[in-house]
Design a protein around this ligand. Sequence first.
Ligand code: BEZ
Length: 394
Amino acid sequence: MPISETGLSRRTFIALAGAGASSLALPFARPALAQAQPIKVGLLLPYSGTYAQLGEAITRAMELYLKQQGGKLSGRAVEFVRLDSEASPPKATELTTKLVQGDKVDILTGPVHSGVAMAMTKIAREAGVPTIVTNAGADQITRQLCAKNVFRSSFSNGQVGLATGKAMVDAGIKNAVTMTWKYAAGEQMVNGFRDTFTKGGGKVIKDITVPFPTVEFQAALAEIASIKPQAVYSFFAGGGAAKFIKDYAAANLQASIPLWGPGFLTDGVEKAVGAAGNGVKTVLHYSDDVDNAENKAFRAAFKEAYGIYPDVYAVQLLDVGLKAVNGDVAKRDELDAAMAKASFKSPRGPFRLSVSHNPIQNFYLRELKDGNNVLVKTVVKEFPDLTTGCRLAA
Ligand code: BEZ
């Protein structure tokens, strides 16, 4: 807004801006000045460790979306405040507090790791900061711990597991061994899988876990070789997923025991695993080949901007909320209400939120072939997650 429209002299304006615009001096000037500041969006994401690749991919998707909007949302500049979560739950409370109380972010986003998300959303609920979970799937966040200011643009762990279990039943698989990192994400993805797989007549022969973020898989792979299940269902992601797929092939299991899992097993590691990944089947709310105009535009823009194709994580939700309040992030209730009702066409297909703020979305079966996750079919359309224990009204 030009200074002339604020009703302030140029000198007063500069003095106020420099002095932090004391509200006692000129209370009527506050909204205009607040609106002139960039919207601060906190990104608590892993930029180091096994999930670094996922953190970078989410950041790039957000930067790309902002660039496509000319660097502004609802007419206001946006400043991203990045903090490395290291995918470390013990550090999450301190880091989130720094973003909320130190940097005074208007919006909180991230993380990747479910344990980090539990700590981050606890603070977000107490502080009332509008929050968008851009990856971490901890089921509780959009079930019993749902909150009016906490949203997910990604998935819940159980939701991905349920969809993958259905795909494996549809493929005629009768028994499987599960193998995952031992923490909330792996356990919840296995629980979801077990639910639809066993209801569809499948039997889980054995659950194998390894501590997060270990990549020592040899003993477990030897056990799988001796059990000889019809398939393996496995959750790993980032650097750990690449190592697991290569070790699985090196143990000569690739041809005899098909490897399945949620899409994180192959996303972002397609090229790194090369031929070792051929035939790995995964289910996710995104596939490179989703045939819609939004996906084509998104992929083209992402390739132009970064020379690589997009990962699955992008955020349009914030833009919807900001438009409803004309960029005035202080109107938290209105912003939250608008995000709760958001519904748009996205690169992954139709997107809207359940009453507990978890996406209702399509899930796709993909098969990794020579470095590409090739779309096989849509497993389930507009698939909701359970809202068990969530007290938000419909
Ligand atoms: C999680 O911790 O929730 C998670 C991490 C990586 C990929 C998917 C889920």
